[in-house]
Write a protein that binds this ligand. Structure first.
Ligand code: SF4
Length: 244
């Protein structure tokens, strides 16, 4: 594992600038060559995640793939996971929270997403992810700059401090940072990749069923998440703080 790379912000920034001119396949190949299976693709099966997995599989890169199953996903999303495993010929690891939804209701609050969605997301998404990331050096995701104002400045490579005591950093890889929504969906249709049927019913970014609504034309992709709350990130892309 290239320790230097995950401890050297200047080297990461220089590579990120070079990767502005690289293809998604080139970026994924680099990640696999650098980190092997300590690099993994994390996905919630939005369009860009599907395109990322397709690039990796087509290039013959056996990058592990994982998702977070909060226990509150739409049935369509769970079915899609199985369809994708068949289509790509891979196994997708499901990360699960410590408590079931029922245990959370008993121990903390029923329908916690209505009273404290930040805590609900921390327990059901961020904590399982943190456990997984503690075993990885590179985390590959499908974030795109166009998705929301908060994502407009993401870099293709971003280095974060993960665990100060263990001096462990994590490299976040955004191979599709530059892609538009149109490019993503052209690619999915051209290659016949299975996708979430809720997308055809007006959903643009699909998470847990209590916190996902149809998006009105003209709104950004994440406008249908956590309606009624001043919140448009679940925390999995913000808990790491500022990049180093
Ligand atoms: Fe809970 Fe909603 Fe976050 Fe899912 S998206 S973990 S239901 S607050």
């Amino acid at each position: 594992m290239p320790a230097l790379l995950t401890s050297n912000p200047k080297e990461v920034a220089a590579l990120a600038a070079e990767f502005e001119f690289a293809s998604a396949t080139e970026i994924l190949r680099w990640a696999f060559e650098q980190f092997g299976s300590s690099a993994a693709i994390g996905t919630s099966f939005q369009g860009a995640g599907l395109v990322t997995i397709h690039h990796a599989v087509t290039a013959g890169l056996p990058l592990p793939v994982f998702t977070i199953d909060t226990g509150l996903l739409f049935p369509e999303t769970l079915e899609l996971k199985t369809r994708l495993e068949d289509y790509f010929g891979i196994l997708i690891e499901s990360l699960v929270p410590e408590r079931t939804v029922g245990q959370q209701a008993q121990d903390i609050a029923a329908e916690l997403w209505l009273s404290n969605p930040d805590l609900c997301c921390t327990l059901r998404k961020v904590e399982p992810l943190q456990k997984k990331l503690s075993q990885l050096d590179a985390w590959i995701v499908g974030l795109r700059r166009e998705q929301s104002a908060g994502r407009a400045r993401i870099q293709i490579l971003e280095l974060y401090e993960f665990d100060k005591l263990r001096e462990k950093n994590i490299l976040k890889v955004n191979p599709l940072a530059q892609w538009s929504r149109e490019q993503v969906w052209d690619y999915i249709r051209r290659h016949g990749i299975p996708y979430n049927p809720l997308m055809d019913r007006g959903f643009r970014s699909i998470g847990c069923f209590p916190c996902t609504r149809v998006v009105i034309s003209g709104q950004d992709d994440r406008a249908g998440r956590w309606t009624g709350f001043d919140k448009n990130e679940c925390g999995i892309h913000t808990f790491l703080g500022d990049k180093i």
